[in-house]
Structure formats: C-alpha cells, structure tokens
Design a protein around this ligand. Structure first.
Ligand code: GLY
Ligand code: MN
Ligand code: MN
Length: 448
C-alpha cells in the first residue's frame, strides 16, 4: 500500500536515536559490530513458491518498508549504519529498488549478487573483535559462535527499547491508523449494505488500499456468532439471511508500522445488542482516558474485568453482584483474552512482559496467563486497549456456578457472538494520544 510519504527530518532523528540505542546495546554486550540481515523468504516445502517476504524487524526499524529482501545492515559505534543493498537485474520479478531517502541517509554499498554481498560483509568484519548477528541465522553464514547469534541479553535490550516509539514511528503509526480507519469505514458500509464476510473483506482491502499480503495480520471479519471465535479466519461467501451483528478486527501498515483496530456493529440500531456495544465502547473510552505513566498494564486489565462485571450485572447476564461476578471468575468466561499488547513493527510487538532492559520477565497474574503486556506504563509506549465481551459456548459451558448466570438472557445473545472494541494508544507524559479515534473522526468529517 502507499502510505502518506514521511518526513525525512523525522527519519533522520529516528536514525540518530537508533544509533544511540544500538551503540548502548553493543557496549553492554562487549561487542563491536552488529550484522542485521533483512532475511529471505523460504520456499514452501518442495515448492518453488514462498510466503510474502517479511523483513527481520531489527532491520526494518532502520530501513522501513519491505522492498529489501536479501539486503544486510552493518551497525557499529561511531559510524553511520552501512547498508549492503541487494538489487540486480531480474526479468521474472521487479528487483528491489533503493529509495532516495535511504541512499541519502545511510552509507550504501550496492550489490547485484548475494554471494558478493556475503563476501563484502566478511571482508568488513575481518578486523572486528566480536561481531554479533541480529536476525535470521540462516540468511547469512558468518561462521559466528552460537552465542553471538541473536545473543539473548542483546536481543532483550533491543526488544525492551522498541516499546518506546520515536516521533518518526508515531507518525507512521498515525498513517497506519488512517489507512486502517478508511478500511473499517468501507467495511462497515459493506456490512450495512448486506455484504457477506468475503465482500466485507474486499471492501476493507479496497478502503485501506492493501492487498492481502500487505496486511499486518489476517483480518477477522465475523458476522453473527463467528464473532465468538476470537481469531476467526474464514470469509464466508454466502450472505446470511438474518445477521444481527458484525465484528471486524483489521489493520493496516505504513512503512512497516501496524495498526490493529476492532469495531463491532449491530444490524439493528437501538436493539439490546447495540446498547451493549455502546456500553462497552464507553467503558473502553473511559479506560483509555485514565491511562497515565506510572500505572501498570496489569492494573488496567484487572480494572477492565471489574468493568465487564459491572456490564454483566447491568445487562442482567448474571444473578449476583459485580464483585461476585469478578470474584467467581465469571468475567473470565465472557472476557477471555488480555486487554491488549504492545504494537509497532509487529502486531503483538516484542518485549511486552519485560520488567527491565535485561529481559527479566514480569509474569502475568496466575489468573490471566494470556495477558501479553505486564509492563509499567511509560511515555513513548504504544499499545492496544481492546476489551471484549463474548458469548462463547465452550467457555460458558464450563462455568461451575450455573445458578449465578441468567442463561435465558445469555442465550438470547448467542447469535451475536460477541463484542470487541480496540484502539491503539500512545502514552504521553501526562496522558495518552488515541491514534485510532481521530483517524475515524477525520474521515467521518470529510465525508459529511
Ligand atoms: N488482531 C489481533 C489482536 O487484536 O491482538
Ligand atoms: Mn486486533
Ligand atoms: Mn490487538
């Protein structure tokens, strides 16, 4: 997809920031150079076809975009990053092309042959004391000692640091949010027009200007009870007769950076499902508004369970108090996933459970093992806030306190599958920037 062009000044600042970050990581390890292969898409088993190429995220952070298969970066203290760019002639495929902004800001050596590129790297490393590899080990044979291939403490430090976005990264995530919101609006309209899951997905792709291989993750396009399958992966071709609801979890990329957005709609505005959607939406927005540095994400998750307990009482799904619904773990059956995760070059971005740069893990509470984010909340982080409330037979069947649930009411919502509302938020010094809501608002305003 063609995201809005980025500001070169922001990119330069970003490179400067990365240089400092990588120099510190190399120094902490006692290494003097890092080699970052972008990677090569491996063929399917006994086939001559490969899945879409996804660059090594360490590499992609320096050189945003995907048109870089087989290229390699060399990062060392006190020198600009060196890009060994693999181009060349090809009449089967369009060869990678080096953007001007990359040529202008990195020290570039161009290669047309992968073996020449590999030997240039070996020559470059000849005088180095301790080179380390950060990326797919099979992309380049450097004959390194195993503990210098993605050293654990080195990777942990880089992954920990990746949670804090630079202004360039925030700008790209705003662009990814804008593209994702455009896709969502097109998808919503396709739903309201009676479209099938397949037709809605096509509308999302067109609206966000993406082909399937460019998506940050496979869109979840779920009509009715399919919304109760958390990562529902099909796109039914048939138009259902009496769809009551629609959940779409779909995002976009801008220069490698992801958005991850979920919305839920009713087919019949003003019905009881619509009221539940609005109520969860209000809880989600209230939670986002409360986020401040100094909190922990675990606290937010627990608080959202208490809010879901409140909804279970308010909408008469349970026959007990909200405190009891929480204490009896009834909320776990209705809200069975984590409140969110870090977001960036990966949809579930790395380092979400690191309590310190050395990679010490902060485990999630025993009750919530699927919580991907346990970090203290700090400025610069970008994460999702995505509460859900679902009607999933498998989980409801397992509830032991049968008398605590109003099964008639629950049954009447089963055909709606469930609700999830997901925004992407960037933490600031005294609050948050919601990246998602303004993207929708700008499009709605332009359309009105
Ligand atoms: N789209 C996957 C997730 O929300 O985590
Ligand atoms: Mn999502
Ligand atoms: Mn998510």
């Amino acid at each position: 997809m063609n995201a809005s062009p980025f500001d070169i000044g922001l990119y330069r600042q970003h490179l400067h920031h990365l240089q400092g970050e990588w120099e510190a990581a190399l120094e902490a390890l006692g290494a003097d150079v890092a080699v970052l292969p972008s990677g090569i898409a491996a063929m399917y088993f006994q086939d001559d076809q490969a899945p879409p190429f996804h660059p090594n995220p360490h590499f992609a952070r320096w050189l945003p975009g995907r048109d870089c298969e087989g290229s390699v970066l060399v990062v060392r203290p006190g020198a600009p990053a060196k890009l060994h760019f693999l181009g060349g002639d090809d009449y089967w495929h369009m060869p990678p092309t080096l953007p001007e902004w990359a040529a202008d800001n990195l020290d570039v050596a161009r290669h047309t042959d992968a073996d020449d590129l590999a030997s240039a790297i070996s020559t470059e490393l000849a005088g180095c004391k301790r080179p380390v590899l950060a990326g797919p080990a099979d992309a380049l044979d450097l004959n390194l000692r195993p503990h210098d291939v993605n050293p654990k403490e080195f990777t942990a430090r880089l992954h920990y640091a990746r949670a804090y976005k630079t202004d360039f990264e925030l700008d790209r995530m705003r662009a990814a949010s804008a593209a994702g919101a455009a896709g969502h609006i097109a998808a919503r309209d396709a739903f309201l027009g009676g479209g099938s899951e397949f037709e809605i997905q096509l509308a999302f792709l067109a609206g966000s200007s993406q082909v399937t291989s460019e998506l940050p993750y496979p869109s979840i396009v779920a009509l009715g009870e399919h919304a109760g399958i958390l990562h529902y992966q099909h796109y039914d071709r048939g138009r259902p007769n009496d769809t009551r609801s629609f959940l779409i979890d779909a995002g976009a990329r801008a220069d490698g950076y992801h958005s991850d957005i979920t919305r839920t709609y009713t087919a019949t505005p003003g019905d009881d499902f619509d009221e539940l959607v609005q109520a969860l939406d209000e809880k989600q927005q209230a939670m986002v508004a409360q986020v401040r540095p100094g909190m922990t994400y675990v606290d937010l998750h627990v608080r959202m369970h208490q809010e879901v307990a409140d909804l279970l009482v308010r909408f008469d799904f349970v026959r007990c108090s909200a405190e009891a619904a929480f204490d009896l773990k009834l909320t776990d059956a209705f809200f069975p996933h984590g409140l969110g995760h870090l977001l960036g070059l990966q949809t579930h971005d790395v380092g979400g459970q690191f309590g310190a740069p050395d990679g010490t893990v902060t485990e999630p509470p025993e009750r919530f093992p699927s919580l991907r984010l346990t970090r203290n909340i700090e400025p610069g982080q970008v994460f999702t806030v995505e509460p859900g409330l679902y009607f999933i037979p498998m989980l409801l069947d397992a509830i032991e306190e049968r008398d605590a649930v109003n099964w008639v009411k629950v049954e009447s919502f089963m055909r709606c599958g469930g609700i999830r509302i997901e925004d992407n938020v960037a933490v600031e010094a005294d609050g948050v920037e919601n990246l998602t809501r303004p993207a929708f608002a700008a499009l709605e305003e332009a359309a009105s």
